[in-house]
Design a protein. Structure first.
Length: 356
């Protein structure tokens, strides 16, 4: 593992009001950076004052989109902080790296860089209800040439942002429109990787939905435009006839850490969880027949986000009377309870770090 050099900021920034954080608007005083080249491996691991990153105008990321990222959170505890299943994110980042021909990152370098950074910016972890320190690790191809080929030089960065709720409205049901034109990803493509390109491809549909008054779109598969894949930037789950159905990981769906955790919790609670193809027809028939009991998105940022309306083919389907469903609320309480250290961590998901 390479040694981490630390250059402390000369002047610390003024912290925002932790009761009005929103999502991803403020950044801490420092950031972690490491460079990679084929001949040196990972080198020059350092923590520097948060700021701009100089980049060569021919850098691979600017032209060919060689970029991957992760989303994680740290929660303040009495003697330090805790994170939720960080090794799952590191593993997924390396799966994303393999798909985009970026180098894999060593778990020790990642965790050591991350905890050294958080320890330094510890006072930025908010402690009011519903807040956390959002962690955004990302990696980009940084060859200084325009040839299209696998990456030989890369940069890995971690930045930190104190956050409140992802949606301005907090945990309240959102209106979703089923997207029939654009697709987010295709099998064999990069859907299972957490890469910037997937999000870029989603922006047009997201904007169209917002212009019509919807919060997000429900994505259909790119081959048949028939099967449900994700909701906005989240995985999606439905409670139909008492059973939980969530799209299976076909290759175009992101293997969410929150998705995986929800499935484990739901199974422990005795629910049948089916990971399978779910067609929009099956879903809308269930909605028409009042068998669609609840629907929610799962992701790191929002954790669990209830769906109150589904719009498809000029029809508006109300889900759960546009209220937070009982199971949706129970899942949110359980997951956030474990994450914030208020509920028992039976499955050893929490990674604790002592600072004091
Ligand atoms: C998540 O919540 O898991 C996300 O990926 C959302 C992020 C892109 C803001």
């Amino acid at each position: 593992m390479c040694e981490i050099k630390i250059e402390k900021a000369q002047q610390l920034k003024q912290k925002p009001d932790f009761s009005k954080l929103g999502f991803g608007k403020y950044f801490t005083d420092h950031m972690f950076i490491a460079d990679y080249s084929d001949d040196k491996g990972w080198y020059n691991a350092r923590i520097v004052p948060f700021g701009y990153i100089p980049i060569h105008p021919a850098s691979t990321v600017l032209h060919y989109g060689a970029e991957i990222f992760e989303g994680m959170k740290a929660y303040k505890t009495a003697d330090g902080y805790q994170m939720f299943r960080p090794r799952e994110n590191i593993k997924r980042m390396n799966d994303s790296a393999a798909r985009l021909c970026l180098p894999s990152i060593d778990e020790d370098l990642f965790l050591n860089g991350l905890t050294t950074l958080i320890n330094l910016d510890y006072n930025w972890i908010p402690d009011s209800e519903g807040t956390s320190l959002y962690i955004r690790p990302f990696m980009f191809g940084n060859d200084e040439s325009l040839g299209v080929h696998a990456v030989h030089n890369a940069t890995f960065v971690i930045i930190l942002s104190p956050v409140g709720s992802y949606y301005a409205t907090g945990l309240s049901p959102v209106k979703i429109i089923i997207e029939e034109q654009d697709v987010r990803a295709v099998r064999g493509g990069t859907g299972y990787a957490k890469c910037g390109g997937n999000y870029a491809a989603s922006l047009r549909a997201g904007k169209r939905a917002a212009d019509k008054g919807f919060s997000q779109v429900l994505w259909l598969d790119g081959v048949e435009r028939k099967y449900i894949e994700e909701v906005g930037a989240m995985n999606v789950m439905f409670k139909i006839d008492g059973k939980i159905i969530t799209p299976e990981l076909t290759g175009s769906v992101l293997p969410g850490v929150t998705r995986k955790s929800c499935i484990e919790i739901l199974k422990d609670w005795g629910y049948d969880v089916e990971e399978r193809l779910l067609s929009v027809e099956e879903l809308t028939i269930a909605a028409k027949e009042n068998r669609l009991e609840e629907a929610w998105g799962t992701g790191t940022a929002a954790v669990v986000s209830p769906i109150g309306h589904l719009f498809y083919d000029n029809q508006d389907y109300t889900v759960s009377n546009n209220q937070i469903g009982e199971l949706t609320q129970r899942l949110y309480d359980e997951l956030t309870g474990i994450q914030w250290g208020k509920r028992e961590d039976k499955r050893n998901w929490v990674y604790k770090v002592k600072v004091k």
